[in-house]
Design a protein around this ligand. Structure first.
Ligand code: ZN
Length: 150
């Protein structure tokens, strides 16, 4: 095992054991529930989107360390950024899960600890765990867009 794998594993366990943005808003917020039946992961993501920006994000749920760490990292990464940028991050993340080399773009987007999950792409069964939170965010954003149009 390389020391980089070891570092990444520690980052993932840290997010799993000390999740960022875990909880629910007391007032109304856009809520997206999603699950990953293959692993039993469940997430309830709440977003505050306003004027094309993700003002805040929180999540609750339960599941494996990968799914929960990913939700913690994702909410951390998208807080305070433009919705477009959040979607770019989601796209980048899904390409990372396909094993594409996205190193330069990761640096450019300043995407936090998310690179720690790149090893997951070697384990196809776990990719859905890692992408669950991102898919919930994409769904929430698209619902907001529909709402704005109406
Ligand atoms: Zn899982």
């Amino acid at each position: 095992m390389s020391s980089l794998d070891d570092l990444y594993r520690r980052v993932i366990m840290d997010h799993y054991q000390n999740p960022r943005n875990r909880g629910a808003f007391e007032d109304d917020a856009l809520t997206i529930n999603m699950n990953n039946p293959t692993c039993g992961d469940r997430i309830s993501l709440q977003l505050k989107i306003d004027n094309g920006k993700v003002r805040d994000a929180k999540f609750t749920g339960e599941g494996c360390s990968i799914s929960m760490a990913s939700a913690s990292m994702m909410t951390d990464a998208i807080k305070g950024v433009d919705v477009d940028k959040a979607l770019n991050m989601a796209d980048l993340f899904s390409r990372m899960m396909k094993g594409e080399d996205v190193e330069d773009e990761l640096d450019e987007l300043d995407i936090g600890d998310i690179e720690a999950l790149q090893g997951v792409c070697k384990f196809p069964a776990r990719i859905k765990c890692a992408t669950l939170a991102w898919k919930a965010m994409q769904k929430g954003v698209s619902e907001t867009a529909d709402h704005d149009k109406a």
